[in-house]
Design a protein around this ligand. Structure first.
Ligand SMILES: N[C@@H](CCC(=O)N[C@@H](CS)C(=O)NCC(=O)O)C(=O)O
Length: 217
């Protein structure tokens, strides 16, 4: 089996998706601390692998990839069984719809407009009005997931690659609610789903990582 090397700090949510997916698939991965306080993303060698200068960058054998969701799909296609990565294109697309939604809708509504102001900015640096609007938008998005999960235990009938992309956001979402920093409308199905994710050892190891180190000093 090809060696898998993940360049990226463990506190990066996008690195977490890749690490969680690899662990669910039972893959051995070497992870290197890159990005954030570790630096290393602006060197010519790194930029040659990932011109965005972001993490993760993943090497699978001689191949180098960036974009976490694409990497999750690649690992799933290479190593997933029929439940994790269905062979039928339509069955897979039914799941992938939610993986894509997790990235471009849920992730976009949560990380930049809500998580970053609440965690990475001091109160003085926050645009309170913009944050309130963003929390309203996030509520609407979480309701979409909650409605979907009312009829399904996982994103699909069984755990699959499609749980990784929206699922990895839920540790941060629920931690911010637990501390009272974020208040959302009740979302019982999402909370039930999060409790199920917490029972997965790979999720606990790679996603439930404190983000306190990201807070301003
Ligand atoms: N669309 C990219 C986004 C990658 C990204 O924004 N990574 C962040 C961490 S989550 C990053 O590299 N931040 C700068 C750093 O850690 O040095 C992906 O999904 O891989």
């Amino acid at each position: 089996m090809s060696t898998i090397t993940v360049h990226g700090r463990a506190t990066s949510s996008n690195v977490q998706t890749v690490m969680w997916c690899a662990a669910e698939l039972g893959l051995e991965v070497e992870r290197l601390d890159v990005g954030g306080p570790f630096g290393g993303t602006r060197t010519p060698d790194y930029l040659a692998m990932n011109p965005n200068g972001l993490v993760p960058t993943v090497q699978i054998g001689d191949e180098t990839l960036f974009e976490s969701a694409a990497i999750v799909r690649c690992l799933a296609a290479m190593h997933g069984d029929e439940a994790f990565w269905p062979a039928d294109p339509l069955a897979r697309a039914r799941l992938d719809t939610w993986a894509e939604w997790g990235k471009v809708t849920f992730g976009a509504a949560f990380i930049a407009p809500v998580f970053i102001p609440l965690v990475r900015l001091s109160e003085a640096q926050r645009d309170v009005a913009a944050l309130e609007t963003a929390i309203g938008g996030l509520n609407a998005v979480v309701k979409i997931l909650d409605d979907h999960l009312a009829t399904s235990p996982w994103i699909g009938g069984t755990f699959s690659f499609a749980d990784i992309v929206p699922g990895h956001l839920l540790y941060r979402l629920h931690e911010l609610q637990a501390t009272g920093e974020l208040t959302l409308a009740p979302h019982p199905n999402v909370t039930r789903y999060y409790e199920a994710l917490k029972g997965r050892p790979a999720f606990a190891e790679h996603v439930m990582i404190s983000f306190d180190g990201l807070r301003p000093k």
